[in-house]
Design a protein around this ligand. Structure first.
Ligand code: SF4
Length: 397
């Protein structure tokens, strides 16, 4: 691996399952409903992709993947809806992963699950397959919001799924929630947070609703039938979310992520935020190693066609310069409670990212967006709310 990757770190493995039982009106991921035959075909192609990379035969344009000798300490099944696959299909994928890659016995195994798929039997099955962390897509805890979001579960199923996951013995239970829903006010959102915390998850992820062009919500917005929440309202919701969850015992360690204890933080997501290596499998998945990033084609049929032909499903790749990696590291640091460690970045990249930004840092400190302690820059809540804008203004010398 090149210098961009944090040396000596174990890698993460991501498996993308592109199927959902119905497509939510706000979703802009490459997802499909998929018939039973489609799912079988997908699993067959995934197994082939795993074998080819595991054997080190697959190359990206003649260059080795660089993962042949890696040790993996996180495995994450995301989507789409991984729980849309049967236990038999998930088991086949899991067995192939274990045969092809050196996965630590203590690795974190996460599965994303929709509440309507969580039954005592399915949860016991996922535990038996080795998943120890579950991410439940609750999104909301009342029926009118769930209907608005076009979800297939109701509030009772959402609540029950957390309890059942706990009873099934998952080490860490995480729940996903969505805020800034048009027509749902600040009190409604704070109530949602209180009710979610009362269910006792170890980890909470809160995402702002984004209305994307080309989705049913995007078309409704364009026709004037859906009002996007104003930017200042969204910023206020962001700050209120962090404050309320902190009161409820969940530390916001990243813009969208909250944990009760350090051990409940997502080890896998940290790899994305810290330039640690990760290998993505399945359509639309991204990989990173050294200073290279590459990604698979998104439509699952195109991806399957390529794999079945024995060709490469890679749609594109980029080689990042030190400057690009350093800027990304600053951006990701501004999105995390731990902030930007200029000394560490100077060791990795040979230049201090604060050089040339002294004026900006001073202004942001005075505005209450940043705290400076030695060579560490830590965003305040107000700073995290503006993290992307601050990063866009950053300049490297
Ligand atoms: S369940 Fe998630 S991935 Fe599937 S359509 Fe809905 S938002 Fe998209």
């Amino acid at each position: 691996m090149g210098e961009g990757t944090v040396v000596g770190e174990a890698a993460g493995l991501y498996v993308h399952v592109p199927f959902c039982s119905a497509v939510c009106p706000y979703c802009d991921f490459a997802v499909a409903r998929g018939s039973g035959a489609d799912r079988e075909r997908f699993v067959g192609a995934l197994v082939e992709e795993i074998d080819l990379i595991g054997e080190g035969e697959r190359h990206r344009g003649g260059e080795a993947w660089g993962f042949g000798t890696s040790r993996f300490d996180t495995v994450y099944f995301g989507g789409g809806t991984p729980s849309a696959l049967s236990l038999g299909q998930l088991g086949a994928i899991r067995r192939r992963l274990a045969a092809a890659f050196a996965i630590d016995a203590e690795a974190e195994w996460t599965i994303e699950v929709n509440p309507e798929d969580a039954s005592p039997e399915s949860l016991a099955g996922w535990r038996e397959l080795g998943f120890d962390r579950i991410s439940l897509g609750l999104q909301a805890l009342d029926d009118s919001a769930l209907r608005f979001l076009g979800r297939r579960h109701d509030a009772a199923e959402a609540r029950a799924s957390v309890e059942l996951a706990r009873e099934a013995g998952f080490r860490s239970v995480s729940v996903d929630l969505i805020y800034s829903l048009p027509g749902f006010d600040a009190d409604w959102w704070l109530r949602t947070l209180d009710e979610a915390a009362a269910l006792g998850p170890d980890h909470v992820s809160c995402y702002e609703l984004t209305i994307h062009d080309g989705t049913p919500f995007g078309r409704r917005r364009d026709a004037g039938r859906l009002r996007e929440t104003a930017e200042d309202e969204r910023a206020a919701s962001f700050v209120a979310t962090h404050r309320r969850l902190a009161e409820l015992g969940y530390e916001g360690y990243e813009v969208s992520n909250f944990a009760r204890r350090e051990a409940d933080r997502s080890r896998h997501n940290r790899k994305y935020w810290r330039h640690q290596p990760y290998l993505g499998l399945g359509p639309s998945s991204h990989s990173f190693a050294g200073r290279s990033r590459w990604w698979n084609v998104a439509p699952w049929r195109e991806w399957s066609d390529a794999v079945e032909r024995g060709g490469s499903p890679v749609a594109g790749r980029e080689e990042l310069t030190d400057g690009q990696l350093l800027l990304e590291a600053v951006m990701m640091g501004l999105r995390q409670r731990s902030g930007v460690d200029c000394a560490e970045l100077e060791r990795r990249f040979g230049s201090d990212p604060s050089v040339g930004n002294g004026g900006r840092i001073e202004v942001w400190e005075k505005a209450g967006w940043l705290r400076v302690a030695g060579r560490r820059l830590t965003p305040t809540l107000e700073g995290m709310a503006r993290a992307d804008r601050l990063a866009a203004e950053w300049e490297l010398r």
